[in-house]
Design a binder for this molecule. Structure first.
Ligand code: UT7
Length: 330
């Protein structure tokens, strides 16, 4: 409860889509100089889903995830007043992906926009949708994270190409008066250079080898790692303080799936058992803004969440630098 008459969205439907093709660590070792042992030990990743160039785009994956979330919720798509698609890797700049989703699911009454907030894209879109609901502007929102990251990884850079996978996840939010919700979001643009991917389409840029490399995901892994293990537990502690909740009262800390060691470090810092930190990174790798909703879908399917009774914190971090966390019941 938020202690007043405010409505927030409760998650009433979840869906996800993962491409059928899988690239294992052993497959990766045939592409770059690496090994299953190194990747598993340093990241927790064993395999990742990889988009089929013939059939999978950020748009098509978003539509599949959205259809499943709608089916799971049982709503009529005409009830949806807002669709936000978070993606760092849209296959088209316009028409925006959210409008394509709207058309595909006949959500004719929805307003639509896309959002790029890198890996925290889903969290940022969820928070934005909550503000529309709180303001009374909409009653029902569809929030999607979709990524085709393997289009943007340099398969000659072993420090990054092993980390990422493709997929999409979606949730339906429906306004309810007694929904628990609170949030803290941060950005530090001055520290942003450690993750960088430049757009190919720039006037005046010669297509030199160096420029072409900058069109892939470039990352100083250790700096991002240190940022995550410092800021994620801090923002979660600040959120707990803000809401007057003890970490022990939280059933699950649902974190962006970037690296098992980052999640373990957050658990340790919060002095919470690792069992409260669900993970699927072993099978999905880092799917950026899709990672949390894909994990939510798995958790709903196996009964860990879905009845609005589990008290959770979701938190993500990534390029920008951006990070944040919100608390809700799901
Ligand atoms: O959504 C946010 C996205 N970003 C992240 O979450 C990234 C966060 N950072 C990380 O997850 C880790 O920093 C990495 C997994 C990227 C790298 O792990 P690390 O323990 O920080 O390794 P490192 O970069 O310090 O590299 C250690 C060694 C280096 O060799 P030398 O210089 O010690 O000889 C690397 O060249 O490991 C080497 N290395 C590899 N070896 C085998 C780097 N990548 C690989 C690889 N296989 N794939």
């Amino acid at each position: 409860m938020n202690g007043d008459n405010t409505s927030y969205g409760r998650v009433i439907g979840i869906g996800s889509y993962l491409p059928k093709d899988i690239l294992t660590n052993d497959d990766m070792a045939k592409i770059v100089e690496t090994s299953d042992e190194w990747i598993t030990e340093r990241t927790g990743i064993k395999e990742r889903h990889i988009s089929d160039p013939e059939t999978d785009t950020s748009e098509s994956m978003a539509i599949e995830a959205a259809k499943k979330a709608v089916a799971d919720s049982g709503i009529d798509t005409k009830e949806i007043g807002l669709i936000i698609v978070a993606s760092t890797t849209p296959n088209v700049l316009f028409p925006v992906l959210s409008a394509s989703v709207q058309a595909a699911i006949d959500a004719d009454n929805a307003m639509c926009f896309d959002m790029n907030a890198a890996c925290p894209g889903f969290v940022t879109a969820f928070v934005t949708a909550q503000n529309y609901i709180k303001a009374g502007a909409v009653d029902c929102a569809l929030v999607i994270g979709t990524e085709n990251l393997t289009n943007y990884v340099n398969f000659e850079d072993r420090g990054t190409c092993i980390l990422f996978g493709d997929g999409a996840g979606a949730v339906i939010l429906k306004a309810e008066k007694d929904t628990k919700y609170d949030v803290i979001m941060h950005a530090a643009g001055k520290r942003g250079e450690c993750m960088h991917c430049e757009s190919y389409m720039q006037k005046g840029k010669e297509k030199t080898e160096e420029f072409l490399k900058s069109n892939y995901i470039n990352m100083d892994g250790q700096t991002v790692f240190k940022f995550a293990v410092t800021e994620v537990p801090r923002v979660i502690e600040d959120l707990l303080k803000k809401t007057g909740t003890s970490a022990d009262e939280i059933d699950y800390f649902i974190l962006h799936q970037a690296n098992r060691r980052i999640i373990e470090s957050v658990a340790k810092r919060l002095k919470q058992p690792i069992e409260k930190f669900p993970m699927n990174i072993e099978r999905t790798a880092n799917t950026s803004s899709a990672s949390i909703p894909i994990l939510l879908d798995e958790m709903k399917k196996d009964g860990r969440i879905g009845e609005g009774k589990k008290h959770v914190i979701m938190s993500s971090f990534g390029a920008g630098l951006l990070w944040g966390a919100f608390e809700t019941k799901i």
